[in-house]
Design a protein around this ligand. Structure first.
Ligand code: ADP
Ligand code: 2DT
Length: 212
């Protein structure tokens, strides 16, 4: 007898858009409604590859730009067997950043095309829903200072935002843009409705392949 699968739900957006806050609230709300749900985040800094990525982000090591891009992708691929297993067990996965961040951040660097950046992630489990938390950089700035990690500057974040906008033109991905300038609770209730719907509509569908 086949069990209904969980949904693969991704939250994307620039720094301080509220991704982590909303992922946690969503998982809690789904669980409270009796749904099996778990949070994941990329990069997953706990694996060996993840530790290499983490020291790169903390500027403790320097890696060549193509190399770090491929490591971010490898960090997703190494988690794919676990993700598939959980989805097949009926667990909904709420993921803080995915391949879209991978492409948006690397392609914001000079001389990287969107196409080259997408390639290593082609064939990953395709999210049933990708919510983009849209936030104006000036509002993001009011949410506190940038940290000290790599990429945490407003000029770089503006380029990342432009790359996300290009990625969102792709109709093969189920994008939903969420106005993240509203209160945490208002954003949460929008997200919850979208997710309850997608969990119901994807439970009998096979897991898709990203960008294929
Ligand atoms: P991200 O994961 O996108 O970087 P976070 O969820 O860590 O963002 O939130 C960044 C900061 O902004 C945190 O201090 C958080 O409490 C605050 N924050 C998140 N959502 C909102 C919101 N809708 N309105 C105001 N502040 C918010
Ligand atoms: P946080 O852990 O604060 O989300 O920061 N990034 C992320 C990439 O450059 N490529 C990727 O594939 C992913 C998933 C975005 C993580 C930083 O790493 C960037 C910010």
């Amino acid at each position: 007898m086949s069990c209904r699968r969980g949904a693969l739900i991704v939250l994307e957006g620039v720094d301080k858009a509220g991704k982590t806050t909303q992922c946690k609230k969503l998982v809690y709300a789904l669980q409270k409604n009796g749904r099996a749900a778990e949070m994941m985040r990329f990069p997953d800094r706990t694996t060996q590859i993840g530790q290499l990525i983490s020291s790169y982000l903390e500027k403790k090591n320097n890696l060549e730009d193509h190399t770090i891009h491929l490591l971010f992708s490898a960090n997703r691929w190494e988690l794919v067997p676990l993700m598939k297993k959980k989805l097949e067990q009926g667990i909904t996965l709420v993921v803080d950043r995915y391949a879209f961040s991978g492409v948006a951040f690397t392609s914001a660097k000079p001389d990287f095309s969107l196409e080259w950046c997408k390639n290593p992630d082609v064939g990953l489990p395709k999210p049933d829903l990708v919510m983009f938390l849209q936030l104006n950089p000036s509002v993001a700035a009011e949410r506190g200072e940038f940290g000290t990690e790599r990429y945490e500057t407003s000029a770089f974040q503006r380029s990342v935002q432009q790359r996300f906008e290009q990625l969102m033109k792709d109709p093969s991905v189920n994008w939903k843009v969420i106005d993240a300038a509203r209160s945490i609770e208002v954003v949460h209730s929008d997200i919850k409705v979208l997710c309850e719907n997608i969990i119901n509509t994807s439970e009998n569908l096979p897991i898709g392949e990203l960008w294929k």
